[in-house]
Design a protein around this ligand. Sequence first.
Ligand SMILES: *[C@@H]1O[C@H](CO)[C@@H](O)[C@H](O)[C@H]1NC(C)=O
Length: 188
Amino acid sequence: MATKGSFCLLLSTLYIACTVATPTNFIKSSCSRTQYPALCVESLSVYASIIQQDPHQLVQTALTLSLNRTESTKAFVTKCNKFRGLKPREYAALKDCAEEISDSVDRLSRSLKELKLCKLKGEDFNWHISNVETWVSSALTDESTCGDGFAGKPLNGKMKESIRARMTSVAQVTSNALSLINQYAAQH
Ligand SMILES: *[C@@H]1O[C@H](CO)[C@@H](O)[C@H](O)[C@H]1NC(C)=O
């Protein structure tokens, strides 16, 4: 009985050790504390081989993903802006949105450069990471404002829906990146 008990204990210890020590589980446990954990795991697991179990690499990948998605959303909004037959109010809403998303791209790419400084010896980690937190948080505000701007405006139904859907999805990716950055800052 005692032997059987110890054997089970050994097995479960091994099981836990094996469960914890994979990049995928590292991603899952980090993502569990974000606001959209399923999206976080789904979008970052693809990069498990790059991320490994390195907190800096995890954050850098999440931020790069947010920048990439924001850039392609910017391209989409810019294309909608060239759509003929927009009413002046629709045009104004799109123009505001294009400016906000463009600011968001700038802030995210600045954050990515700043984040890279966090890893360098002799650099002030706390200073750089707090800049990253501030800029990503503003980028998220820009993305949310852009989506909200269409709420009451009489934009062409289909276009309005597709812009709002894209804005919501990109804001979720950025929100996740921000949570991971906050975790990284807190753990340092
Ligand atoms: C971001 O975009 C670049 C250039 O298109 C691509 O090489 C890279 O894999 C993308 N990374 C992520 C995390 O989305």
